[in-house]
Design a binder for this molecule. Structure first.
Ligand SMILES: Cc1cc2nc3c(=O)[nH]c(=O)nc-3n(C[C@H](O)[C@H](O)[C@H](O)COP(=O)(O)OP(=O)(O)OC[C@H]3O[C@@H](n4cnc5c(N)ncnc54)[C@H](O)[C@@H]3O)c2cc1C
Length: 385
């Protein structure tokens, strides 16, 4: 850890957010090679993963990515605002996407809060360092919006469990070592009460990962099948039968605080294309800026409330709606400025932007569709009949 000489310095950076932000800014301003590489547009997805993995390694080894996580699991202490400052500064220095490393902010808070302490202490540092990646195995071919109807089952055997079933749309499974699998441990009709979350090693016998190529040419999504895959009891995240609570904890982060991290990258994308915009598209640029301001304000509130110990809860549905809208309006503006953006070869100069544009068409689906967010707002916040 070349920048963090001595525990006194570490304590200052942990306890004083402005000192952390200033020191990190100075490190970024020195233009480390890993930052320069990750700030380039990278149309080949596997290359994007490799380059961002290198950046994660550097951020971990220099200590920056360890702030905001508890010392017991390999962090250096501090809170979520350290992480918020880190991701915002990375975007300011030209990083417009972190691919699967944004997933850290969706899964790791739940792993730390609910996972087996020994298991998380062993694995989280490798996640933070970009050596191992995680995926989220909730959706199934017959269970998306109605997640409580999922059929993947975990049967008790030899002191552990055997998992059998099929997951789909599993982001980054192709590149991941671990999958947080939601499986049924109760009877078939037990709905959300009979589910348990397991951390499954995707290298285990019985696991098959088949990449799904998306319309934008990337293989970010996958179908994952499990055929009597053995997992030990220490791989249960949360309680046996408590999988629904684990899933809701994850989804609250995916809908709430994640928007803060993601909107920084969207803002960066917008800035990078602003020079090439045509005046005819100015109204769309205005829409995109307003949408980003709305998601910034709402996710900032959620982030700070969460940093003070408040649960994210159903209000995160508002933030997810705003995030989806802003991702689409940023890209609507990009398309109006460059009508060739939507169609073209996978490896020309515009390929990375084209991938972002096409991806923006489906962002109102992941983490629960737009209609399901509206449903949550209607039932749980407005208490409509
Ligand atoms: C880019 C991307 C990444 C994803 N990553 C992951 C991942 O990593 N892990 C994972 O587990 N899943 C992932 N998903 C899957 C995602 O969670 C599901 O696609 C989503 O929950 C919708 O489920 P479905 O596709 O089965 O659609 P369905 O549930 O079949 O819905 C189809 C349509 O019907 C509407 N609908 C359904 N029920 C209702 C209702 N009660 N009221 C009103 N409208 C309704 C929906 O809004 C939608 O428009 C990802 C999806 C995308 C697009």
């Amino acid at each position: 850890m070349s920048h963090l000489t001595g525990s006194g310095r570490r304590d200052v950076l942990r306890d004083d957010l402005s000192a952390y932000a200033a020191s990190f800014e100075a490190w970024l301003a020195s233009r480390p090679a890993e930052l320069v590489a990750a700030a380039r547009p990278l149309p080949v997805y596997a290359e994007r993963v490799a380059v961002t993995s290198e950046l994660m390694r550097a951020l971990f080894d220099e200590g920056w990515a360890r702030y905001g996580w508890p010392e017991q699991v390999g962090g250096l202490g501090g809170g979520i605002l350290h992480r918020a400052a880190m991701w915002e500064a990375l975007a300011r220095h030209g990083v417009a996407a972190m691919a699967l490393f944004e997933h850290l902010e969706i899964l790791a808070p739940t792993l730390v809060a609910m996972g087996d302490a020994g298991f998380v202490a062993g694995t989280l540092p490798r996640f933070l360092r970009g050596e191992e990646r995680w995926s989220q195995g909730f959706s199934e071919p017959e269970a998306g919006s109605d997640l409580a109807s999922l059929r993947t089952r975990a049967v008790a055997a030899d002191g552990g469990y055997l998992i059998t079933g099929r997951k789909i749309w599993t982001s980054w499974a192709r590149y991941a070592t671990w999958c947080l699998v939601l499986a049924r441990t109760g009877p078939p009709e037990s709905r959300h009460r009979g589910l348990t979350a397991f951390a499954v090693d995707l290298r285990s016998p019985g696991v098959e990962v088949r990449a799904i190529e998306q319309a934008n040419g990337t293989d970010e999504l996958a179908e994952v099948t499990f055929d009597e895959v053995a997992v030990g009891p220490e791989r249960i995240v949360g309680e046996l039968g408590g999988g629904w609570g684990v899933a809701m904890h994850i989804l609250a982060h995916e809908r709430g605080t994640f928007a803060w991290f993601r909107h920084n990258f969207l803002y960066r994308q917008l800035l990078e294309t602003v020079e090439t915009g045509t005046p005819a598209a100015d109204r769309l640029l205005g829409d995109a800026l307003l949408d980003l301001a709305a998601v910034r304000a709402s996710s900032h509130l959620g982030l700070h409330a969460h940093a003070s110990g408040a649960a994210l809860g159903p209000k995160a549905a508002f933030v997810k709606l705003l995030l989806g809208a802003s991702e689409q309006s940023v890209n609507d503006w990009a398309l109006a400025s460059d009508p060739d953006l939507a169609v073209g070869p996978p490896d020309d100069e515009a390929a990375a932007r084209r991938q972002d544009y096409l991806f923006s068409r489906i962002v109102t689906v992941y983490g629960g569709s737009q209609q399901m967010q509206l449903d949550t707002i209607a039932k749980q916040i407005l208490r409509l009949p």
